[in-house]
Design a protein around this ligand. Structure first.
Ligand code: HEC
Length: 180
């Protein structure tokens, strides 16, 4: 056995042993209970700006025909697709925002969040195939914009502004590629 193998098997054995002992001491809590206790260290608003809004721009760019030119560009689009998949789940967890608890408890909120995840999942085969089918990307982008608007209409009636304009959004509005 070479050294690398020894190193990588050791912690596994230790882990297996630890979980065995734990199982004897106390029965594991039901999975549901521990998931419900997960909270975000930031507000849902921050997650919205930092993950969802930031990344949605890349998906809309491709739908507008601003095609990735190399693997680095495709990496960015793939990251954006995963951000939609994961973002839809993240915003179902309560964070530090004032209204977060009431939002996550609302069934309409949960539906729109799940839709966001589903849109991302539907875009995954496209990005994995590095598809240049602009129409297919535009269809994803259209569903995405409907999703943002539908949820904002219910939960955030006023136009979200705060004067924040992501650099990528500004580039698109000036007809400059989102990709560097
Ligand atoms: C499940 C509901 C929901 C979905 C889906 C959703 N949002 Fe939001 N979004 C909100 C709410 C509620 C707020 C307001 C948060 C606050 O003010 O604390 C918000 C805030 C924002 C903000 C910050 C606004 C501000 O005033 O600073 C941006 C930007 C944003 N959303 C973009 C998007 C984009 C882009 C999408 C779609 C890709 C999207 N959101 C999808 C509910 C949603």
């Amino acid at each position: 056995m070479n050294r690398l193998k020894v190193l990588s098997t050791l912690p596994l054995c230790a882990l297996a042993l630890a979980s065995c002992q734990q199982a004897e001491e106390a029965p594991a809590a039901p999975a549901e209970a521990s998931l419900a206790q997960v909270t975000l260290p930031v507000s849902i608003n921050a997650a919205m700006v930092g993950i969802i809004d930031q990344s949605a721009d890349f998906i809309w760019a491709v739908g507008n025909g601003d095609m990735p030119r190399n693997d680095h560009d495709w990496d960015q689009v793939r990251g954006a697709v995963y951000d939609m998949i994961l973002g839809g789940q993240v915003i179902q967890m309560e964070g530090t925002g004032e209204f977060d608890a009431q939002w996550v408890a609302n069934t309409d909120w949960q539906t729109h969040s799940e839709d966001l995840t589903r849109i991302g999942q539907d875009a995954l085969p496209l990005v994995e195939a590095k598809s240049e089918d602009v129409e297919a990307w535009r269809a994803i982008g259209d569903r995405l914009v409907q999703n943002c608007l539908a949820c904002h209409e219910l939960f955030k009636p006023e136009v979200p502004s705060q004067g924040i304009l992501h650099e990528s959004t500004e580039r698109e509005s000036r007809g400059i590629s989102i990709f560097d």
